[in-house]
Design a protein around this ligand. Structure first.
Ligand code: NI
Length: 290
C-alpha cells in the first residue's frame, strides 16, 4: 500500500519539477526589475535649471540604457522582497477629505528617496516634470507611473511661457509630452505652467488643462524642513492642491512628517486627476483646487 502510493508521489514530483523548470526559464527572461532598482538611489544630477536661458541640449545624457544589455541576469526575486504596489482604489473626493500633493521641476537627485517615502506611506502624488530632466532619470519616471503616481507636463526647460512666441510654447509642451510618452508609454493629460505664468494666448497654445495650486509651500525659497512641515500640514484645505519641489533636499526631508500630519487631520491623498475624477477638465482652463 505505502510503497505503491510513494511511486505515484514520486511520479507527480517528477512532473511538477519538469513543469517548474519551464516556468523559471520564462521568468528569467524578464529584465525589468534591476533597471529600476539602479535608479532608485537617484544619481546626483545638477538641479533642474529654472533659468529661462538654460540650454536643454547641455543636459547630461542618460547612460543607464546603454549599459543595460551588459548587466548579468537578475536573480529571481522571492515573492516577499518587494512590497506590492497598492492597487489604486478609486476615491470619491465628493465624500472624502482629499488633498493632492504635487512635486515640480524634477526628476532630480532626491526624487528616488521621495518615491520610497511615498511608497512606504501608500500615498500617490503628482509629479510635474521638466522634459529636459526625463532622459537622465528614465527609471524614476517609469517608477512614478508603475507605482500609481500621476506624471504631468511642466514644460521642457521652465521658461516664462508668456515671454515666448506661440510656436515655442507649443514646442515646449510637445517635446515634454513626447519624452514622457517614450519612457512610460503614457502621455501627460495635465500641464502646469512654470511660475504659474499664463495668459489667454499661452493657454490656447498649451491646449491642455492648466493645474495651479491652492497652497504654495515656497519650499524653493526658504529651504527649511521645519517650515515645510508646518506649512504642509497646516495650510491644506479639503480639495486642495499643494505645490512642492522634489529637487530640494529639505522638501523631501519634510515629506514623511507632512504625510503623517495631514493623515492626522483626516486627509486622503490623491493625484490631481483623481481629485477631479468625474469632472471633465477643459484645455486652457485653470484649476487650483476641487
Ligand atoms: Ni516649476
Amino acid at each position: 500500500m505505502v510503497r505503491g502510493r510513494s511511486c505515484v508521489v514520486f511520479a507527480l514530483l517528477g512532473l511538477m519539477l519538469a513543469a517548474g523548470c519551464g516556468h523559471s526559464t520564462t521568468q528569467r527572461a524578464e529584465p525589468s526589475r534591476t533597471r529600476d532598482a539602479g535608479d532608485r538611489t537617484g544619481d546626483p544630477q545638477p538641479s533642474a535649471s529654472t533659468e529661462p536661458g538654460h540650454d536643454p541640449s547641455t543636459s547630461p545624457a542618460s547612460q543607464e540604457d546603454e549599459v543595460a544589455p551588459q548587466r548579468p541576469e537578475p536573480e529571481p526575486e522571492p515573492p516577499t522582497a518587494e512590497p506590492p504596489v497598492p492597487p489604486s482604489s478609486r476615491v470619491d473626493c465628493s465624500l472624502r477629505k482629499c488633498v493632492a500633493l504635487t512635486f515640480d521641476d524634477g526628476p532630480g537627485a532626491y526624487t528616488g528617496r521621495l518615491l520610497d517615502q511615498l511608497r512606504a506611506a501608500h500615498v500617490h502624488a503628482t509629479f510635474f516634470l521638466l522634459g529636459q530632466n526625463v532622459a537622465g532619470h528614465r527609471g524614476l519616471v517609469r517608477r512614478m507611473v508603475e507605482e500609481g503616481h500621476e506624471v504631468g507636463n511642466h514644460s521642457w526647460s521652465h521658461p516664462d511661457l508668456t515671454t515666448l512666441p506661440s510656436w515655442e510654447v507649443r514646442a515646449q509642451v510637445r517635446r515634454t509630452q513626447q519624452a514622457v510618452q517614450d519612457v512610460t508609454g503614457v502621455a501627460p493629460v495635465l500641464f502646469r505652467p512654470p511660475y504659474g505664468a499664463v495668459d489667454g494666448r499661452v493657454a490656447d497654445a498649451v491646449g491642455m488643462p492648466l493645474v495651479l495650486w491652492s497652497v504654495d509651500s515656497l519650499d524653493w525659497l526658504h529651504r527649511d524642513v521645519r517650515r515645510n512641515i508646518i506649512v504642509g500640514v497646516r495650510q491644506p484645505r479639503r480639495g486642495g492642491i499643494v505645490l512642492f519641489h522634489d529637487i530640494h533636499r529639505p522638501t523631501v526631508a519634510a515629506v514623511p512628517s507632512v504625510l503623517e500630519g495631514l493623515r492626522e487631520r483626516g486627509f486622503t491623498f490623491v493625484t490631481v486627476s483623481e481629485l477631479f475624477d468625474g469632472r471633465t477638465l477643459t484645455p486652457g482652463h485653470r484649476y487650483a483646487g476641487r
